[in-house]
Design a protein around this ligand. Structure first.
Ligand SMILES: *[C@@H]1O[C@H](CO)[C@@H](O)[C@H](O)[C@H]1NC(C)=O
Ligand SMILES: *[C@@H]1O[C@H](CO)[C@@H](O)[C@H](O)[C@H]1NC(C)=O
Ligand SMILES: *[C@@H]1O[C@H](CO)[C@@H](O)[C@H](O)[C@H]1NC(C)=O
Ligand SMILES: *[C@@H]1O[C@H](CO)[C@@H](O)[C@H](O)[C@H]1NC(C)=O
Ligand SMILES: *[C@@H]1O[C@H](CO)[C@@H](O)[C@H](O)[C@H]1NC(C)=O
Ligand SMILES: *[C@@H]1O[C@H](CO)[C@@H](O)[C@H](O)[C@H]1NC(C)=O
Ligand SMILES: *[C@@H]1O[C@H](CO)[C@@H](O)[C@H](O)[C@H]1NC(C)=O
Ligand SMILES: *[C@@H]1O[C@H](CO)[C@@H](O)[C@H](O)[C@H]1NC(C)=O
Ligand SMILES: *[C@@H]1O[C@H](CO)[C@@H](O)[C@H](O)[C@H]1NC(C)=O
Ligand SMILES: *[C@@H]1O[C@H](CO)[C@@H](O)[C@H](O)[C@H]1NC(C)=O
Ligand SMILES: *[C@@H]1O[C@H](CO)[C@@H](O)[C@H](O)[C@H]1NC(C)=O
Ligand SMILES: *[C@@H]1O[C@H](CO)[C@@H](O)[C@H](O)[C@H]1NC(C)=O
Length: 761
């Protein structure tokens, strides 16, 4: 589990390396003229499967086919990914193409097909690529018949069995990728004696036993990936010393023997990339000192204490260093020189115990992250002298003093939760590149700098919990990309609606507007929410992106945002751009809730609580179909609750307590499952979940029924979570479920985070 916010796009690097090893010039140079019987066989093969609509075109299918220019037999078959779906049967026409030398079926869906022994009929195969195909079961022993294989890629399937028999006769292999499967047993040491093997990936399997690499191992092995093997023994790093050509070693997620980490290992000097994340390391590895070609080093998620040694910064080629989540407390050497002279460009020191002043950063730094430490003193002015600096994240520290004047030079600036004071510098010049500006939880005063208008790429502005004394920044609507604006808990005052002659507010891209706990006054015109285009559009799942998806080609970044959501105040690790929320709570707003709220089709959370709103709840709420959380408590709203609210199927949290509401509570599944307190303190509400009935006869209200409803609601939430699809959205959807029904889970996790303090003592 890594929370590192900076990540080199290592995957790209790995796939490039694989492509380099899989280029075979003689295969590509053949004619396209195929024998008629071969074409017929291909058509029969194609017809065995259903095709996704995006690639039903024959031309697409045959584009990846190459035939021998003498015999006319199919020798190369490269199918586009994501096209085929169905079972690959032993009697498939594919296996009649016995002259195949290159076969790439990766990223198709043969869900639950086994890897049939019929592959053994393709005796001429040199390259076989079957990644991410949904294959299950054992690899058949006929794989041994492929004695000409140079490349075999079976990653991301659910294959099982032992590796020993699998590779017995594949002596020509130069690249072997079996990662992300369920292979078990020991790692055969014969793998390391394959004479041509240069690429080996066994990551994420269930391999046990101890790892042995014979003395007379292949001198060709360059890329070795053995992360998360679930070995029963710790790995002794010294075993890798026979591998004299190694340039990439990935051992993350395996325990290393402490003695080997602390020794001077005779590691090959060719090593460029070393990943030792989550390896249970407690002392800084000394052998690194001799790795003069090291470019990328990952030591994150270990238990390393004390100072970072000064020699690390003088490794001449080191460009990317990840020290995330250890217990480092400081630096060896002088703070104004030791890092400054280093070649490091991407540096992650977050989640450690660093204290004292912040060192002058490396001269060529691009990406600097040091959040969640205990740094004190000023942010060094030298950061303003680093011309390549793009991402600066010093959040969750104890920095004091003022904000450096140059923050407009950086793409991403996060200084959240420090003790910074003074004004936000009014020095955003034209061409300022800031996209993300998070200065929340500091002691900032003065007004919002008008020069922010020069940051035309600004997407995310969070200034919550400061002492900024200004009027509502209507002028920010001139920023074409602004998606999130958070001004919670400041000293903003005055109206939040534009003067009559300026038309509706209409921020073009705004999706989250959080201005609670200020001193805003006045009423909102009926058309207040008209033309909020971003919030009015429902987005397709595919278009939903991470808020912080500001990807340059080198790293990704995620913002955090505290949101009051469904009555729980929680700190969100990730925020999604599809997420639309409005929070005006804790101000002095009055008048009616504008009917135009019904235009915000993508709104999922609305909080207008603790103001002085009057009038009725607008019927148009029935049109805000995505709404999950609605808080109107602590106002002076009268009349009945519109029945339309009972039909909002995602509405999982509602609070209308302490108003002047009367009449029957709409009896939708979602509403009657709410706690009583959500409806209390009104003039005359009746119906479930309150005990007051609306009719004379008694409505049976048993505990059982309530529990049943709650269970139903949970199921519904699960369905939503699954509907969102795995991966990107899963985290948030699950967080919703959990926040709603299991708040204690959050509290527990929060508590664990706080343990950091104990670790740092
Ligand atoms: C087949 O193609 C290869 C590569 O283009 C070429 O060298 C060879 O001469 C061709 N053979 C015939 C018979 O055309
Ligand atoms: C195999 O095909 C898939 C799908 O087209 C593609 O993404 C992948 O890069 C190919 N693999 C190689 C090594 O060319
Ligand atoms: C292949 O075998 C399946 C049963 O396993 C059968 O239904 C199918 O007709 C066979 N296909 C051909 C082309 O023989
Ligand atoms: C594999 O090769 C052996 C001997 O070369 C042969 O007997 C066997 O039938 C082959 N298996 C397959 C599935 O082709
Ligand atoms: C595999 O190798 C063994 C010896 O290592 C040999 O006896 C056997 O015939 C080989 N099998 C094939 C199918 O080549
Ligand atoms: C490997 O070789 C070295 C000397 O080159 C020797 O000291 C060591 O014992 C050998 N290890 C094994 C496992 O054979
Ligand atoms: C981690 O290291 C400590 C001591 O260094 C050891 O006691 C512990 O067993 C190791 N954990 C694992 C999973 O190897
Ligand atoms: C900041 O300093 C205060 C005491 O001055 C301390 O209680 C707090 O834990 C420190 N915060 C961090 C993140 O180090
Ligand atoms: C910034 O760089 C200039 C020249 O490179 C130097 O004169 C100045 O002292 C530097 N400022 C800081 C704060 O390091
Ligand atoms: C934008 O930057 C220019 C200098 O590049 C400055 O003159 C101007 O005042 C800035 N705009 C605002 C609104 O401050
Ligand atoms: C805000 O600033 C104005 C002057 O611009 C001052 O009169 C007022 O007292 C300030 N309000 C707060 C809460 O600091
Ligand atoms: C809801 O939206 C529909 C069309 O989208 C509109 O006709 C209807 O008047 C709206 N209802 C309310 C109460 O605003």
């Amino acid at each position: 589990m890594s929370h590192s916010r900076l990540r080199l796009r290592l995957l790209t690097l790995i796939s490039i390396l694989f492509i380099i090893t899989t280029t075979t010039t003689d295969l590509v140079a053949a004619s396209l003229r195929c024998r008629p019987d071969q074409t017929e066989t291909l058509k029969r093969f194609k017809n065995e499967f259903s095709f996704s609509s995006s690639c039903s075109d024959d031309a697409d299918f045959f584009r990846g086919v190459t035939c021998d220019n003498v015999t006319g037999a199919v020798t190369v078959l490269k199918l586009p990914g994501g096209c085929l779906r169905g079972t690959l049967r032993p009697n498939s026409s594919l296996f009649e193409l016995s002259h195949l030398r290159y076969l790439n079926l990766s990223f198709n869906n043969f869900a639950s097909s086994s890897l049939t022994s019929a592959f053994g009929q393709l005796k001429n195969l040199e390259i076989l690529l079957l990644s991410s195909n949904g294959f299950i079961g054992q690899v058949p022993s006929s794989i041994r018949n492929h004695t000409k294989l140079t490349q075999l890629q079976l990653s991301h399937n659910k294959l099982t069995g032992d590796l020993t028999s699998l590779v017995q006769n594949l002596t020509k292999l130069s690249a072997l990728d079996l990662s992300y499967n369920q292979f078990s047993g020991t790692i055969p040491s014969s793998l390391f004696t394959l004479p041509f093997l240069s690429y080996l990936d066994l990551s994420e399997n269930h391999l046990t036993g101890s790892l042995e690499i014979p003395n007379f191992s292949s001198s060709k092995l360059q890329i070795l990936m053995l992360s998360f093997l679930h070995l029963s023994h710790q790995i002794d790093l010294r075993i890798f010393s026979p591998l004299k050509s190694l340039s990439y070693l990935h051992l993350s997620g395996n325990s290393l023997t402490p003695t080997s980490v602390d020794s001077d290992i005779d590691f090959t000097k060719t090593l460029r990339i070393l990943l030792l994340s989550g390896c249970n390391i407690s002392d800084f590895p000394r052998f690194l000192k001799s790795l003069q070609n090291l470019e990328y080093l990952d030591l994150s998620d270990n238990r390393i204490k004390g100072n970072v040694p000064d020699w690390l910064w003088s490794l001449p080629r080191l460009t990317s260093l990840n020290l995330y989540n250890n217990s480092f407390t400081g630096f060896e050497g002088s703070l104004d020189r030791v890092l400054a002279n280093s070649s490091v460009q991407v540096l992650d020191m977050a989640y450690n115990c660093f204290r004292g002043s912040f060192p002058d950063p490396p001269l060529f730094i691009i990406n600097l992250s040091a959040w969640n430490n205990s740094f004190t003193g000023d942010i060094p002015l030298s950061t303003c002298n680093r011309t390549f600096l793009d991402v600066l994240d010093l959040s969750y520290n104890n920095f004091t003093g003022s904000i450096p004047p140059c923050i407009g030079n950086f793409n991403i600036v996060n200084l959240r939760k420090n003790k910074l004071e003074g004004n936000i510098p009014d020095e955003f010049y034209s061409g300022a590149s800031t996209q993300t500006l998070d200065l929340g939880y500091n002691r900032l005063t003065g007004k919002l700098p008008r020069s922010l208008l020069n940051c035309t790429q600004l997407k995310f502005v969070s200034l919550d919990h400061n002492r900024i004394n200004d009027t509502f920044p209507l002028w920010l609507k001139a920023l074409p990309s602004l998606k999130v604006l958070t001004l919670r808990s400041n000293r903003f005052h005055g109206p939040i609606s534009p003067p009559d002659d300026q038309g509706p507010l209409a921020f073009p891209k705004l999706q989250i507007l959080e201005i609670s706990h200020n001193r805003f006054t006045g009423s909102l015109p009926v058309n207040y929410f008209a033309n909020w285009s971003a919030t009015s559009l429902k987005t397709d799942d595919e278009e939903r992106l991470y808020m912080g998806d500001y990807t340059s080609d080198r790293f990704g970044y995620e913002e955090t945002l505290d949101l009051q959501y469904k009555g729980l105040y929680m700190e969100q690790g990730k925020v999604l751009t599809f997420y639309s929320a409005i929070d005006f709570s804790g101000n002095k707003l009055e008048g009616e809730i504008p009917e135009s709220i019904g235009l915000l089709k993508a709104l999922i959370a609305l909080n207008l609580s603790n103001n002085s709103f009057t009038g009725h709840i607008p019927m148009s709420f029935g049109n805000v179909t995505e709404l999950e959380s609605l808080d109107l408590s602590g106002n002076k709203i009268s009349g009945e609750i519109p029945q339309e609210l009972g039909r909002l199927s995602y509405l999982a949290y509602i609070d209308v307590s302490n108003n002047r509401l009367t009449g029957q509570i709409p009896q939708g599944t979602q509403i009657i499952g709410q706690p009583k307190s959500s409806f209390e303190g009104n003039l005359g509400l009746c119906g479930l979940p309150l005990e007051e009935t609306c009719f004379r006869e008694k409505i049976p209200s048993t505990q059982e029924q309530e529990e049943e409803e709650e269970e139903e609601a949970i199921l519904k939430w699960k369905a939503v979570a699954i509907g969102y699809g795995p991966g990107v959205l899963f985290g948030l959807a699950i967080a919703h479920v959990v926040a709603l029904y299991k708040p204690e889970w959050f509290i527990k996790n929060y508590g664990q985070d706080r343990l950091r303090g104990i670790r740092c003592l």
